[in-house]
Design a protein around this ligand. Structure first.
Ligand SMILES: [Zn+2]
Length: 121
C-alpha cells in the first residue's frame, strides 16, 4: 500500500492537490498505476500547466552520510550548494573554498541544513 503522500510524489503533484482530487489516504500500486496510465482530467491539466516551473518535489541527500528524503521545496530556499543533516559537525562538511562565503539555512526538510557557498565579489 502507498500513502497519499507517496502517491503525490510519484505523480509529481502537491499532496493538497492529491487530497482535493480524491486520491485516497491509502492506495495500492495497481490503483496508482491506473491513475498514471489514464490520467484524470485534473492531473493531465496540472501536468500541461507545469512545464518549466519549479519542481514540486526535490530529493535532499546529505553530503556527509547519504541520508535522503523527498521534500516540498519552499519558496525561500536558494539553490543550495549542498545539504547535510543538521547533526553533523561543521568539520565533516566540505571546506569552503578560498574567497567564498558560506550561508547556512536551518530547517530544510525534516533534518537538514542547506549550505550555500558563494564567491565574494
Ligand atoms: Zn547526514
Amino acid at each position: 500500500m502507498l500513502t497519499r503522500r507517496e502517491a503525490a510524489i510519484r505523480l509529481d503533484i502537491p499532496p493538497e492537490m492529491a487530497a482535493r482530487n480524491g486520491i485516497p489516504a491509502r492506495l495500492t500500486e495497481a490503483e496508482l498505476a491506473q491513475i498514471e496510465e489514464i490520467p484524470p482530467a485534473w492531473l493531465a491539466q496540472s501536468r500541461a500547466n507545469r512545464t518549466g516551473r519549479k519542481p514540486v518535489w526535490v530529493e535532499l541527500t546529505c553530503i556527509v552520510c547519504g541520508y535522503a528524503e523527498v521534500a516540498r521545496p519552499k519558496k525561500w530556499w536558494p539553490d543550495f550548494s549542498f545539504v547535510a543533516c543538521d547533526h553533523h559537525d561543521e568539520d565533516d562538511l566540505p571546506l569552503v573554498r578560498l574567497g567564498w562565503v558560506r550561508g547556512r539555512y536551518e530547517g530544510i526538510g525534516s533534518r537538514f541544513v542547506g549550505i550555500l557557498d558563494e564567491q565574494v565579489g
